[in-house]
Design a protein around this ligand. Sequence first.
Ligand SMILES: [Zn+2]
Length: 269
Amino acid sequence: MRRLSHAEQYLIDYGVTKPRHIDLEALAWTMGAKVKYKRLSSCEAKITGLGDRAIITIDDSSGDRRARFSLSHEIGHWQRHRNQILSCSKQDIGGVNGQGAHKEREADRYAADFMMPAYLYRPLMREFKKPSFKSIDALAEEFQASRKASALRYIDVDRSESMLICFGPNGRKWFRGSKDWPDEWAPKRDHDPDSGVMELLFGKTTPGADRSLVPASAFFGRYSAENHNVYAHSVISRSRGGQTDAEVMTFIVPQNSDMFDDVYASRGW
Ligand SMILES: [Zn+2]
């Protein structure tokens, strides 16, 4: 069995057996940290710790679910980087692709484990036999997480192959594959006309209610992509601030498990 992380062990010791038991403020209190909410001008969240006590301040103007992730992130700092005064910007909290300071990524990992512990998230995600943003959104609702945080969590705890790609007007911004997704199958850098991403980005169509089957070559440039299909579900993840801020997130799973056989063959498996 997989070893539990510090965050997950803390939740288990505290008797958390359902997502709705994860009362972040009460849990922070058990760690000696008091939580306050107010508008912050220079950062999104901060923590001031002294000895066994800390005050965590959260700016919740980006919504309750984002605030929950920020609070979990600060709890991560409290557990991992004690006796430091830290202030975290929007970019520090919930960054993708492992960029940014080591401490921030450590706090993010703690946050994901604390808010969506794998021992609760994974059994619930298995109930969805046809994963898409419908299931990711249902899980987000269950854990009171943002859509993006839930999608990244899905990828990180998935034991089969899935991938999340984020596109902006200039092409691919970032992507993350589940642990077993082979590096050889990296997504295309540019929008492919068959992906439908451009139309979504520029408001010419609306997102589908569920995933659809498309040729793998709509998202992947690998030579064998022509021979396979993937289930893809694209949604608009952020559109405030006009077109320059528009983002499309696409969640992908292979139609058949033989899609990666060429990779395994070339590796000599
Ligand atoms: Zn931080």
